[in-house]
Design a protein around this ligand. Structure first.
Ligand code: E4P
Length: 220
């Protein structure tokens, strides 16, 4: 299983990477724009925080295959362990195929249907990113899409992993993992919700109180 943080917020990456065993950080152009650092500045900053073994994902902005490929090669040179995100549209499939032939690792992004994800995987993407909440928000069923896509990958493209994305709630993350997604990317606010555990805090306080009543201090 792989857990990624979906953010360009360096403080949040620093805070959460100390608590969660993350596999890396994912970004998209909107996320990068909120941080105000261009990718050639941002990626080294993220790399310094997460260390050499984690993976960073960065997305191309181009829409045509040739310029997608050029941009992907530029991004790939910015970081030693980068996966390039390519929108899973017709021109993106062409770019994924060409990049895969050059051994550049790609993720097919903006997946809204199982077949779209399967095509990206078949073109050579190592990961596909179904947008769970964005589909839910437009009247679709994000979890059902992930379940169907996972079945298709198991049957036809088992070397490609789902990296489920676009989450607003912890239960969306849980349901994707239950559907067999090998990777999830979680925004910091959802990660913090998943880490908060008020009932557990109450139980721990109770243990302390009971102990203190009898022994007066907290040494065992
Ligand atoms: C993946 O990295 C996607 O770009 C991202 O999760 C989209 O999330 P959003 O729907 O919260 O913008």
């Amino acid at each position: 299983m792989e857990i990624y943080l979906d953010t360009a917020d360096l403080d949040a990456i620093e805070e959460l990477s100390e608590i969660l065993p993350i596999a890396g950080v994912t970004t998209n152009p909107s996320i990068v724009a909120t941080g105000k650092h261009p990718l050639n500045v941002l990626l080294p900053k993220i790399r310094r925080i997460i260390g050499p073994s984690c993976t960073i994902f960065a997305q191309v902005l181009a829409r045509e295959p040739e310029s997608m490929i050029d941009e992907a090669l530029y991004l790939n040179d910015l970081d030693p362990k980068l996966v390039v995100k390519i929108p899973a549209i017709a021109s993106g499939f062409a770019a994924i195929m060409a990049l895969s032939a050059r051994s550049v690792r790609t993720l097919g992004t903006a997946i809204y249907s199982p077949m779209q994800g399967l095509f990206a995987a078949h073109a050579g993407a190592c990961y596909v990113a179904p947008y769970v909440n964005r589909l839910d928000a437009t009247g679709g069923d994000g979890i059902k899409m992930v379940q169907s896509l996972q079945k298709l990958l198991d049957l036809h493209e088992p070397s490609c992993s789902i990296l489920a994305a676009s989450f607003r709630t912890p239960s969306q993350v849980l349901d994707c993992l239950l559907a067999g997604a090998r990777a999830v990317t979680i925004p910091p606010d959802v990660a913090r919700q998943m880490l908060a555990s008020p009932a557990v805090d109450v139980a721990i306080e109770r243990f302390e109180k009971d102990w203190l009543k009898v022994f007066g201090n907290l040494s065992a």
